[in-house]
Ligand binder design. Sequence first.
Ligand code: AMP
Ligand code: MG
Length: 343
Amino acid sequence: MKTEVKPITEQSLAEGGALIRAGELVGMPTETVYGLGGNALSADAALRIFEAKGRPADNPLIVHVSCMEEIPPLVRAIPKAAKRLMEAFWPGPMTLILPKADCIPSEVSAGLDTVGIRLPSSAAARGLIRAAGVPIAAPSGNRSGRPSPTTAQHMLEDMDGRIPLILDDGPCAVGVESSVIDATGETPVILRPGGITPEMVEQVLGRVSVDEHVMSPLREGEIVRSPGMKYRHYAPKAKTIIYEGDASRVVAAICRQYDEAAAAGERVAILGFDEHDFGNRTRISLGSASRPQDAAARLFSALRELDERGETMALCEAVGLSGIGLAVMNRMGRAAAFDIRQV
Ligand code: AMP
Ligand code: MG
């Protein structure tokens, strides 16, 4: 199969919508990352998504809608707290886990009784959903285990020959996947941090709860509330280490480790901030230290670059855990198997 990449036009959206209605898969840009979209009401389309990604069948898909009115038929109930989050943060980078209605095939929800629903802010994503005339199930558009795609080019690298069309809307504004919030109960729990931060949720509800696995690896045999937590994600081939602490000590520790490893024959790269001086050592920029949203937008592309360049070791500057920093550190932490060194 030949994979075409097309810019967003009325015509390409109509073509994408027709492909989805016909049971095919389409690369869908959103404000978070590029998704691999298929008809959310079709078990066959869901199976195709799992196959194209190489995704374990027990990891459920998020269902995307183009407006609030499309939600009631997809769920059995909308608890009060969920309603308030929807009103505050949709359209936007937030997925709510809700009790699933029967029209969602169990292949989409991976056998769970709940379903993740998201109303994206991306006009391209909503245009595609409207053109398809059905909700779109879309996980991130990477092959399983690779960093999520934040450009159409990334998605082509992973999906070339596997799907007919990728819609290109440029680089994603947020750059990390949506916040996943279990909203089935009266106290919503953040299962995966993202662009809607714990602080933002707390402002609306007066309380917030964050799953303990967001910043820690799983222990053997542990049961998780979100199947995606089980899987090793975003792992570059390079051995990845994170340094956390006062900026000048972090820079010094990274430079020391860099020189030692380089002398031992490793190919080393630093994921670091523009303000910090690493001399002429190889650095992939995470943007400005004062704007954690830069690191969010650049992290996945930086992880891909490590592999492309054949680096064998990556030394990363940590980001503070407030705001979107928690989402950045959750993804960076998993890429580093939570090897975080305090300096
Ligand atoms: P991705 O599709 O790659 O953005 O990953 C979706 C994430 O949402 C995974 O971590 C899933 O485990 C999680 N997720 C989706 N649906 C549910 C659900 N019904 N219950 C809990 N977690 C879910
Ligand atoms: Mg993913």
